[in-house]
Design a protein around this ligand. Structure first.
Ligand SMILES: [Zn+2]
Length: 273
């Protein structure tokens, strides 16, 4: 009998501890409310971009192109093949794929096919507002880094509207149609037209869909320095207002094969492919 009541007490104690642990995780888990889901469309797919906490650094004996492509192979499950439309897009917009911060979600491929696919991807992003705005969202780590840069020096958005920040598939498409058409798209796909890529991104391909780009009005060295120090760089040649969150300091960019190119006094960090 005595042994039995001892067992009962022990059982009660275990039950109590279990409840406490359960409550703790429930409360901690409720932090998920802070995850803004812009499009309420949370579709859990196999996340092929699960990034390890130890970043992948390519063999530094490789040349720039090899360093970059080795990194891409590590970051994308089915990397674009040379001489494809996807490869052209990787060349133009692919600097972003060197970002390996665990909280950053990279798209599984360089083209999001439609609104649904865009929403599915964006629904998995953890996002935050750019301070002082009501609708300028970025992936949280990118927004926090930009807010930090802006605490050093004022950096205005290009238009002040949400289109400067994370865009929907429809907005990307609308911007494209403003500057280009299907004929232009065919030319881009055939590799005959590249300049347009520095003006506007073809449907489904903008870095703005990925929550990792901002259009800004930058005019001073102090603004550039604040952005660079916080992981923001210009990575799309001739797209002057466009900034990309790479999440590395400037010295690290070469490790992944990115090339520095100065055009009209602006330093771009471009893919070497
Ligand atoms: Zn842009």
């Amino acid at each position: 009998m005595k042994r039995n009541s001892k067992l009962k007490r022990r059982f009660k104690k275990i039950t109590f501890i279990t409840i406490i642990i359960f409550l703790f995780f429930t409360l901690v888990g409720s932090d998920d409310n802070n995850y803004y889901q812009p499009l309420q469309n949370i579709v859990i797919r196999n996340n092929i971009n699960t990034t390890p906490s130890i970043p992948f650094i390519p063999n530094q004996q490789l040349d720039e192109k090899e360093k970059y492509l080795t990194t891409i192979n590590h970051q994308i499950e089915n990397p674009p093949q040379p001489d494809s439309y996807e490869y052209i897009l990787l060349r133009a917009y692919g600097a972003v794929f060197i970002n390996q911060q665990p909280e950053i979600k990279l798209p599984p491929k360089v083209i999001l096919d439609n609104e649904q696919e865009t929403q599915d991807f964006q629904g998995k992003m953890r996002v935050n507002l750019v301070e002082g705005t009501s609708e300028c969202y970025l992936q949280k780590v990118a927004a926090d880094a930009f807010n930090k840069a802006r605490s050093i020096v004022n950096i205005p958005l290009k238009s002040g509207y949400s289109g400067d920040c994370t865009r929907s598939f429809a907005t990307n498409l609308r911007f494209w149609q403003k500057y280009a058409n299907n004929q232009t798209l065919e030319q881009v796909k055939q590799g005959k037209e590249t300049k347009i890529l520095g003006v506007v991104a073809p449907p489904g391909t903008s870095q703005h869909l990925w929550g990792l780009a901002l259009d800004l009005r930058v005019s001073s060295v102090a603004q550039r320095q604040a952005l660079n120090q916080n992981g923001w760089f210009q990575t799309v040649e001739n797209d002057v207002p466009h900034w990309t969150y790479l999440g590395w300091n400037e010295e690290s960019l070469r490790k992944f094969g990115l090339q520095e190119k100065i055009v009209r006094d602006i330093t771009y960090w471009l893919t070497p492919i």
